[in-house]
Design a protein around this ligand. Sequence first.
Ligand SMILES: [Zn+2]
Length: 142
Amino acid sequence: MRVLASETYRALLHRHGLRATPLRLATLDLVGSSSRPPSLSDLHAIAPPAAGSRASLGRCLAELSWRGILRRTDLGDHVWRYTLAGVAGGSLAPWFTCTRCEYTALLPAGTVLVRARTLQAAVTQVNLRGLCDPCAKTQHRA
Ligand SMILES: [Zn+2]
């Protein structure tokens, strides 16, 4: 996942009418630097003490999602995870999650095509689940 500079996060917050508080900047930096979409629990575990309580972090994530700065997504495990909106790909960003090791990756654009026009208007997220290459190789050997 691409990491943006602190000044970019500051400008992003200002564009959405929000002050660049230390909590908001830290939250965006943590989400932006995560190798997979982090959950509130993931973020709380790695957040610096100055980020405050889990509840504060949760409110911050909710606000940033509501403002369209973060995208909230459920990769099939019924846990809300967060990505930077506009950085993680288009509205049909296809996420892949390994069902064995929980490896998660954003697949290249165009990996999944939704052909039905009626579906394209309604589909906002595509999640694929299966075995990643290392797990698939392990399964074939077993
Ligand atoms: Zn795997």
